[in-house]
Design a protein around this ligand. Structure first.
Ligand code: FES
Length: 136
């Protein structure tokens, strides 16, 4: 299986649907002539691919060491309380998905969070909630 083509295809599908639906996994198995389980396993390997619908906004909060010692936990708790969801969950209105993740590569500027492709550093609880409230 050509992994570059496979990843390009997976990205295209996710860009279209916001996740990779079951039916598309079947099509990819045929297209790349591999068992469905291998396609599914490969997709699950990469954290940027989703097999379930996600929110319009995916909120990622880093909880690796540098962010953790800068109290990323309180940011996560504030977001959980505000949105009424837990780590890995999506709001009922499909607007937000929350993910507590490993290092986002800005360790000296923590706590760090992302909303879709936008990176935020030195995040406070209030700032996190303001960022979320600005998502329309
Ligand atoms: S530890 Fe949080 S961005 Fe690296």
């Amino acid at each position: 299986m050509n992994s570059d083509k496979f990843l390009d295809r997976a990205h295209d599908i996710q860009d279209t649907y916001g996740y990779i639906p079951e039916g598309e996994i079947d099509k990819m198995a045929k297209e790349f002539d591999v068992p469905r389980a291998k396609v599914y396993g490969s997709i699950r390997f990469y954290s940027m691919f989703y097999t379930e619908p996600t929110g319009k906004y995916i909120i990622r909060v880093c909880d690796s060491l540098s962010c953790h010692i800068n109290d990323s936990k309180s940011i996560v708790e504030s977001i959980k309380n505000y949105l009424g969801i837990d780590d890995g969950e999506t709001t009922k209105n499909k607007k937000f998905t929350l993910e507590v993740v490993e290092c986002l590569g800005h360790c000296g500027e923590g706590p760090v969070m992302m909303v879709n492709d936008e990176m935020y550093t030195h995040v406070s609880e209030n700032m996190a909630l303001d960022i979320i409230k600005d998502c329309t």
